[in-house]
Design a protein around this ligand. Structure first.
Ligand code: TXA
Ligand code: MG
Length: 311
């Protein structure tokens, strides 16, 4: 088994792997990431190979400080403001790539923008700091499958393809980061996530969502993205024969995202419970209605992507 607890020897082993162009799975507060040295093309390419990604989606650059960012992106007043309000935390910002930045073009899929994030997980911060350079990382799962919220999830999805998985327990937030594009006049939300619309509005003023299906600037908006192997049926109050049910609040199920109806608890449980119910002996997963506010927006977004049958 390649799952290891964090020790100084393991930090050294991870840094060695990154220096040599290899990949390491690390915990963040949202989901586990599959991390590589963002300056080495071959290392970043390995991420795509291991994930089995059909195309080169751009990746998020993970940093341990704002200073570290200045070598890679244009630091703007809006970035400083957003960082002060939300970092470290589950917010990814898309910024203009700095000219001359030593960054593999595979990280940005050839775009002239870069998505960056300062994760709140102490293990992620410690590792990035120890490495001394930012790490490029997508979620540590096979393409089109559910994002991993524990080291065991990573092992189940990627198994022997990852030389080292660092254990940080179950992730606190359980959903990917919110992605906000700061490259144009009006800031837009490219992906709902761990930071809510309401919280963003408090800091940025009125935000808007990027149009669904809008071009390559939002490749993360591919319709089908996070999917169990059996169909999902949403907004269900009662399951049918041979279905398993994911409940919420007082709509009961075989598992319940949050009996108290707490959206934070539901987000943290979402991917883990989808995995638990994803068993071919069941015809489908029926899911209780989730309210459309706060983290409920991101939860509904992931559920509808998981439920859609188109690619
Ligand atoms: O919480 C998270 O964001 C996790 C953890 C590991 O940090 N990461 C994650 O990465 O969810 P990934 O690769 O699964 O999703 C990153 C999304 C992709 O949908 C990608 O299209 C978008 O970020 N993205 C990256 N760079 C971009 C850019 N320059 N412009 C627009 N979208 C970008
Ligand atoms: Mg992902």
């Amino acid at each position: 088994m390649t799952i290891k607890q964090l020790t100084s020897a393991i930090i050294e082993a991870a840094c060695d792997l990154w220096r040599r162009g290899d990949i390491v799975a690390i915990p963040t507060e949202t989901v586990y990431g599959l991390a590589a040295d963002a300056e080495q093309d071959a290392a970043v390419a390995k991420i795509f190979t291991v994930k089995g990604r059909p195309q080169f989606n751009p990746l998020i650059l993970h940093v341990s400080s704002l200073e570290q960012l200045a070598d890679y992106v244009e630091v703007t007043p809006l970035l400083t403001k957003a960082a002060a309000a939300f970092w470290p935390g589950p917010l990814t910002l898309v910024l203009k790539r700095k000219s001359g930045a030593k960054l593999s073009y595979l990280v940005t899929a050839g775009l002239d923008s870069v998505a960056v994030r300062l994760p709140a997980h102490p293990i992620a911060q410690e590792l990035i700091q120890a490495y001394g350079k930012p790490l490029a990382a997508p979620s540590a799962n096979k393409s089109n499958s559910i994002s991993p919220t524990s080291a065991e999830d990573v092992a189940a999805s990627l198994g022997n393809d990852v030389p080292l998985i660092i254990d940080g327990g179950q992730t606190r937030i359980g959903l990917e980061s919110t992605i906000v594009d700061l490259t144009s006049e009006t800031s837009t939300i490219l992906r709902p996530g761990g930071v809510t619309f309401e919280d963003l509005n408090k800091v940025f003023g009125q935000m808007r969502y990027a149009e669904v299906g809008a071009a390559i600037t939002a490749p993360g908006m591919l319709k089908r993205h996070y999917a169990p192997s059996i169909p999902m049926r949403l907004n269900v109050l009662e399951k049918q024969a041979n279905e398993v049910m994911l409940g919420f609040g007082n709509v009961e199920g075989d598992l319940n995202l949050s009996e108290q109806g707490d959206l934070g608890e539901a987000a943290a449980n979402l991917f883990r419970m989808m995995r638990l119910l994803d068993n071919p002996v069941n015809r489908a997963i029926a899911v209780a209605p989730i309210p459309y506010w706060g983290l409920g927006i991101a939860i509904n977004d992931r559920l509808s992507r998981a439920a859609t049958r188109e690619i």
